[in-house]
Design a protein around this ligand. Structure first.
Ligand code: UD1
Length: 423
């Protein structure tokens, strides 16, 4: 397993280019099986999660090729001859569940392994099941698999809100089945994330008829056929936010390019409150944080357009360096605090009260060997390592590779002292 070694204290400078959004690309790749001809999907990050999704499609009989230089995937669904997504693949990546909707839409059948829990807490699928059942899908849990049978897929009116608000992938799965249902589906309590809007744009380009994506009320008028298209995935707002925080935490001037700043308003709002100076352009954000004094903040993660849970760990790493008391409450995944114990090993002062972290910031972080526990927690440890005294060694870096393409190379190009050591 590779590790990353960072010697902290270097200021960063320059430009970084952001990849396409992993969380938009994954359901879009799955959606390509709804077409009766090949699709070319561009601006796809060549990440391990994308490879996992392509392996699942390959096991269904879908031919695909990924050009990592062009960041482009061609997906030909014409050879598809199976509707079973096996445990061995699904367990590697929870987002595999988004093959369920397109398999039901295309074949009226699916057997997809239940992904199980993960380090960020319980990951139930009750909303996926509720939404699909409303579309007249017979769905049951058999031997660890979700088995779905839908000989007569029917549009319906569905309320999809859950205990923690809307669900991104449950919304995606219902959309992906409903595009081929008879009649109109109305989803209330739909997720509004930019990745859902991107999925709707992709599906509409393929011939679907979806209205209202990006709001809590979405209408999907079923169609009989869909065709392959060429499509560009939106930029990754979480990778972008992580680099913006890299600029802030190291008190540097850097520019993050190829982004949609409007997708990042909640983060920018909190950074402004923390006193981080930045300039927003059409497709870039420049952080100008040389010699800045920052202020502590209070934030709560919420569904979009609220502050994203996928930026919580990185923001916490930043707040450990800011004098004063910051308070971070996690309302999406209340157990998503695995990074806290590792940040404590780096001399941070954080205490947890249920789903709230109280961060006494402003002490110098101290480099240490730490363990990456999940994707965004790994990113938080990299950020902490950039400013810690001495050397930080981050183990289990495969978590980082699931969501960040060449992160250490991008940081090194900005001036960080960081290297990957294969073991
Ligand atoms: C997606 C993102 C993930 C992000 C998360 C929240 C992808 C590939 N992943 O995950 O990076 O952290 O959104 O923004 O896009 N829930 C239920 N029942 C369900 C489904 C979800 O109660 O059937 C709950 C979850 O436990 C959680 C909340 O709803 O508390 C939101 O989760 P959800 O939006 O579904 O997360 P994912 O779509 O899995």
């Amino acid at each position: 397993m590779d590790k990353i070694i960072i010697t902290g204290g270097k200021q960063l400078k320059g430009n970084v280019i952001i990849e396409g959004a992993k969380n938009a690309a994954l359901p879009i790749i799955a959606a390509a099986i709804l077409a009766d001809s090949p699709s070319v999907i561009k601006n796809v990050p060549p990440l391990s999660d994308v490879h996992t999704m392509l392996s699942i499609l390959a096991s269904l009989g879908v031919r695909s090729s990924l050009d990592p230089d062009k960041k482009e995937i061609c997906i030909d669904p014409s050879g598809i001859d199976s509707w079973v997504a096996p445990y061995d693949m699904v367990r590697k990546m929870r987002a595999s569940i988004c093959v369920l909707g397109p398999l039901i839409g295309q074949f009226g059948k699916a057997k997809v392994s239940l992904p199980g829990g993960c380090v960020i807490g319980q990951r139930p699928v009750d909303l996926h099941i509720k939404g699909l059942r409303a579309l007249n899908v017979h769905i049951s849990v058999q031997h660890g698999y979700l088995e779905a049978d839908a000989p007569d897929l029917q549009g319906a009116t569905i309320f999809l809100g859950g205990r923690f608000g809307s669900s991104v992938l449950a919304t995606a799965n219902v959309m992906l089945a409903a595009v081929k249902a008879k009649g109109t589906t109305l989803i209330y309590g739909a997720a509004c994330e930019p990745e859902i809007v991107d999925l709707a744009h992709f599906l509409n380009a393929m011939g679907a008829r979806i209205e209202g994506a990006g709001s809590h009320a979405m209408a999907i008028h079923g169609v009989e056929r869909m065709h392959g298209v060429e499509y560009n995935v939106i930029p990754d707002r979480i990778e972008a936010g992580t680099f913006i925080i890299a600029g802030a935490i190291t008190q540097s001037n850097i520019t993050v390019n190829n982004i949609v700043p409007d997708h990042m308003l909640a983060l920018l709002d909190k950074l402004a409150e923390a006193g981080v100076p930045f300039e927003v352009g059409k497709d870039y954000i420049s952080v100008n944080a040389r010699s800045c004094t920052f202020k502590p903040i209070e934030l709560t993660t919420l569904p979009y357009p609220g502050f994203p849970t996928d930026m919580q760990a990185q923001m916490m790493a930043f707040m450990t360096t800011v004098p004063g008391i910051s308070i971070i409450t996690e309302k999406i995944f209340p157990e998503r605090f695995m990074h806290v114990a590792e940040l404590l090993r780096m001399a941070a002062d954080i205490s947890l009260e249920n789903a709230t972290a109280i961060i006494k910031g402003g002490y110098h972080l101290s480099g240490a060997p730490v363990m990456a526990s999940d994707l965004r927690a790994s990113a938080a440890l990299v950020l902490a390592g950039l400013v810690a005294n001495g050397e930080t060694v981050i183990n289990r870096i495969y978590h980082l590779d699931r969501g960040y393409f060449n992160m250490e190379e991008k940081l090194r190009a900005l001036g960080a002292q960081i290297e990957r050591v294969p073991s």
